[in-house]
Design a protein around this ligand. Structure first.
Ligand SMILES: [Zn+2]
Length: 192
């Protein structure tokens, strides 16, 4: 990072607020889930590509925010090497997206909401269910593995402004989640 650039947690929260949430508001209004993601350069934390869930818009249940972000990243005509990038995910990447991140060679992952939040706060229990059903006895993502290191933003050094920002972001996601949940019976996503 540059000497005057914001600390890691602050920058990640800025990207969620300024680059991911605007896409997600549009996505949820179109019937998609609330999950978003972005690819950033690890050295200066500049944004490379931001995306949001398009399961409904693109009529494909694999278009999670991370998958859209990774696909868009590799489609960029002039992109940085994947080893020099990190994946920022609003929600802890599901088993599919975590595996995709490994396949894509992205060495670092940060997220704001974990699986438990996704299940309880967002009423979307499929991450934990898929992990248990397909990969038992695993019950959680291995945050330190040979492919990438993953961490919750809340585990980073936070100042009071970061904490206030997280609270504000939580409120925005609560509102978006309520919209999705109210409308989800009308979409054709297999795991709603
Ligand atoms: Zn996913």
């Amino acid at each position: 990072m540059q000497p005057h650039s914001p600390p890691l947690a602050t920058r990640l929260l800025e990207v969620i607020e300024n680059d991911i949430l605007p896409l997600t508001r549009q996505g949820v209004a179109a019937g998609n889930k609330v999950f978003g993601a972005a690819i950033l350069r690890r050295d200066d934390l500049s944004l490379v590509h931001a995306a949001t869930n398009q399961e409904h818009s693109n009529t494909c249940p694999m278009w999670h925010g991370e998958m859209v972000a990774l696909h868009g990243f590799f489609a960029l005509p002039d992109r940085p090497p994947e080893q020099e990038c990190l994946l920022l995910s609003t929600h802890e990447p599901c088993p599919m997206c975590a595996a995709a991140t490994a396949w894509c060679g992205i060495p670092q992952v940060f997220f704001l909401f974990d699986y438990q939040d996704t299940e309880t706060q967002f009423s979307i229990p499929h991450d934990i269910a898929i992990l248990r059903q397909l990969f038992a006895p695993a019950t959680r993502l291995n945050y330190k593995n040979e492919f990438f290191a993953a961490a919750a933003i809340q585990s980073l050094a936070l100042d009071t402004a970061d904490t206030a920002r997280i609270k504000n972001i939580y409120q925005q996601y609560d509102a978006l989640s309520a919209i999705y949940q109210a409308e989800k019976e009308h979409n054709a996503i297999p795991l709603k």
